[in-house]
Design a protein around this ligand. Structure first.
Ligand SMILES: Cc1cc2nc3c(=O)[nH]c(=O)nc-3n(C[C@H](O)[C@H](O)[C@H](O)COP(=O)(O)OP(=O)(O)OC[C@H]3O[C@@H](n4cnc5c(N)ncnc54)[C@H](O)[C@@H]3O)c2cc1C
Length: 287
């Protein structure tokens, strides 16, 4: 591994200042489960590594029934997995954090690190997108909040400038009558990246679907929300035919590739199966 300078700032301002002194050659370090692997494999060779662990306030994990969920940049997958609040109100995210890697990795890996890595198969992105999450970003010009949708622009790429830090993820409070499901499909149950991931966040009101998020993982360069599938159920009674039509529309919309894990054709078929299954499971939760 190439040598690098290492810092542990105590505030966001100090962290941003270090990154500016390093003229953008630095990398933020959270759990290190992606970054250190990339450095060992010479995929990334930062001149400085800036550990976020000692910055106060980034370990926030707070739920409020009006404002929703606030997850700091240091909250790990394991903390979400073991949180009864997450399971109760954000079942898709809690499932994604449970089906993630191994317990050793989940103890270190942060949800925000998973978002910022911007992998097409990142497990936390589909459920967070289905829930309309947003991100708080701190940089030299202050703080801004952006929708998570549009944050990832290509595999491994985001809209973040090098001197910006994601400080929190915000997820709206679920409306009454909401169910959330995340289904991950891989070749084995543990230590496996998703071949296909499907997240559904569905709200029913007076027998009709009043809100719906359907998001697909690992079948496009970035996680893909499918409004064409959502439109087939929105404001409608979710009959069997409509659920099947929405699943077919999701399969139609995805842009899978063939790689070592699966062929494009298999992925497309699994999108249809898993979307149908996720919708049925969400409706069963609400029965
Ligand atoms: C064995 C193994 C199995 C894995 N299995 C899975 C899996 O099943 N599913 C899955 O989705 N992923 C998996 N991963 C990938 C990885 O664990 C996750 O992406 C993890 O959530 C990354 O979080 P981290 O805290 O370790 O990030 P780090 O490695 O510290 O950082 C990742 C990237 O995000 C940037 N970053 C981190 N925090 C911030 C911040 N606050 N603001 C701006 N940029 C930031 C870093 O600079 C770096 O570019 C696996 C990894 C390993 C090694």
């Amino acid at each position: 591994m190439k040598s690098f300078d290492y810092f542990e700032p105590h505030s966001l301002e100090e962290a941003v200042g270090l990154q500016q002194q390093g003229q953008g050659r630095g990398c933020w370090l959270a759990g290190g489960t992606d970054l250190l692997v990339q450095m060992k494999e010479h995929v990334r060779q930062p001149g400085l590594v800036i550990n976020l662990k000692k910055i106060r306030g980034l370990d926030d994990f707070h739920f409020d029934s009006v404002t929703g969920l606030r997850l700091g940049a240091l909250v790990t997958a394991r903390e979400v997995e073991t949180s009864p609040l997450a399971h109760q109100h954000y079942a898709g995210l809690a499932r994604a954090c449970t089906d993630f890697a191994s317990i050793q990795v989940r103890n270190r890996a942060t949800v925000v690190g998973n978002i910022c890595r911007a992998s097409p198969s990142a497990d936390t992105l589909p459920p967070l997108l289905a829930d309309d999450a947003s991100l708080c970003i701190h940089g030299p010009r202050g703080t801004r909040t952006v929708a998570l949708e549009g944050f990832c622009t290509a595999p491994g790429r985001t809209i973040l400038a090098p001197d910006e830090i994601v400080t929190h993820v915000l997820v709206p409070a679920p409306a009454p009558g909401t169910a959330k499901v995340y289904l991950k499909h891989g070749r084995r149950e543990q230590m496996e990246l998703a071949t296909v991931g499907v997240a559904v966040s569905l709200t029913m009101s007076r027998g009709r679907c009043s809100r719906l998020g359907i998001v697909l993982g690992a079948v496009a360069p970035t996680p893909l929300r499918v409004p064409t599938a959502e439109a087939l159920l929105l404001d409608e009674e979710p009959t069997r035919d409509r659920v099947h039509a929405a699943a077919a529309a999701a399969a139609q919309a995805c842009q899978p590739i063939s790689d070592v894990r699966a062929s494009a054709g298999y992925r497309r078929q699994m999108v249809e199966v898993l979307t149908r299954r996720a919708l049925v499971q969400a409706l069963e939760v609400l029965r």
